[in-house]
Design a protein around this ligand. Structure first.
Ligand SMILES: CC(C)(COP(=O)(O)OP(=O)(O)OC[C@H]1O[C@@H](n2cnc3c(N)ncnc32)[C@H](O)[C@@H]1OP(=O)(O)O)[C@@H](O)C(=O)NCCC(=O)NCCS
Length: 261
């Protein structure tokens, strides 16, 4: 097992979260690749775990905090860490110490770049990216927004603790129409799937449904809303983790359309 910087031959796998076996991932479009091409010169770090027989079984990606949904100075933030855990594809490699190696590699890297600390986020409930795992790795909670916990590991005494950037506004209803507003940053394939499904579902209804894409990779746009990735139907936010199915999104839009008539 070795932890290395992402190499070009593995880009395709990285763009689909190592899940080349997943049909869902095929719905994610090319947003991740476009995001990567923009971020690779803006301080993005990607480390992958590769087995001796050349299987990529884990990844960690981190960016300078200025490119994230938290605010801070001289810090990097882990967008996500993922050790392949499904039985499909390369199989389940969790709980074998790979996560620990990945986070250590990210810490060493950002330290060598002069950062004053590494920040992580996790959920307070035991699903998906758990805050508890980062706590076990020595990360301390500094902020919380609903279920999203922000944690950090400062490397120096003068490091300043980061904070979540809060939501500033939400989409408005358009009289006489149903509005579907999809916020997309591009970094997360699961959220990119939601965007693609919502766009496709909205287009089924003709002009009555107004689909709006909000590109939150643009920093000003993100700060205007305080939202990075989300789906709204009229003024109602739809839960997007895990991604709702295409049918589910279509049904929710149909319900609103019916109410108009
Ligand atoms: C969290 C994750 C990165 C940990 O990687 P891993 O290789 O399974 O973990 P490790 O084997 O390195 O575990 C390190 C330590 O954490 C502990 N640990 C493992 N999973 C844990 C969990 N869910 N909660 C708390 N502690 C956990 C281990 O017991 C181990 O403890 P030790 O240091 O006392 O031996 C991995 O399990 C994962 O990818 N989970 C899903 C995360 C996810 O949803 N990512 C979002 C993708 S967008």
């Amino acid at each position: 097992m070795k932890i290395i910087d992402l190499e070009e031959k593995y880009n395709g796998l990285y763009f689909m979260c190592l899940e080349d076996w997943s049909d869902e991932m095929k719905e994610a479009g090319d947003h991740k690749e476009l995001w990567y091409n923009k971020m690779k010169d803006k301080g993005l770090g990607v480390k992958i775990a590769v087995t001796d027989d050349d299987k990529v079984v884990g990844m960690i990606q981190y960016v300078p905090i200025e490119h994230s949904t938290a605010e801070g100075k001289n810090l990097y933030i882990i967008k996500c860490i993922w050790v392949h855990g499904y039985k499909e594809g390369v199989g389940n490699f969790q709980k074998k110490g790979i996560g620990k190696l990945l986070i250590k590699a990210a810490e060493d890297d950002v330290r060598s770049k002069g950062a004053k600390g590494l920040v992580a986020w996790g959920l307070s409930i035991p699903v998906f990216m758990r805050a508890s795992w980062f706590k076990k790795q020595g990360y301390v909670k500094v902020d919380k927004l609903n279920m999203s916990v922000l944690l950090w590991k400062p490397f120096s005494d003068d490091a300043i603790a980061p904070k979540w950037i809060k939501q500033r506004k939400k989409p408005k209803k358009i009289p006489g129409n149903v509005s579907v507003t999809s916020f997309i940053n591009g970094w997360c394939p699961a959220q990119n799937i939601v965007f693609e499904r919502a766009k496709r579902a909205a287009s089924e209804f003709g002009d009555i449904v107004v689909f709006t894409e909000v590109d939150t990779f643009n920093r000003e746009t993100f700060l205007e809303w305080g939202i990075a990735d989300a789906l709204y139907i009229d003024e109602k936010q739809i839960r997007t983790g895990p991604p709702p199915s295409y049918e589910d999104i279509r049904k929710k839009i149909a319900k609103r359309v019916k109410k108009l008539n």
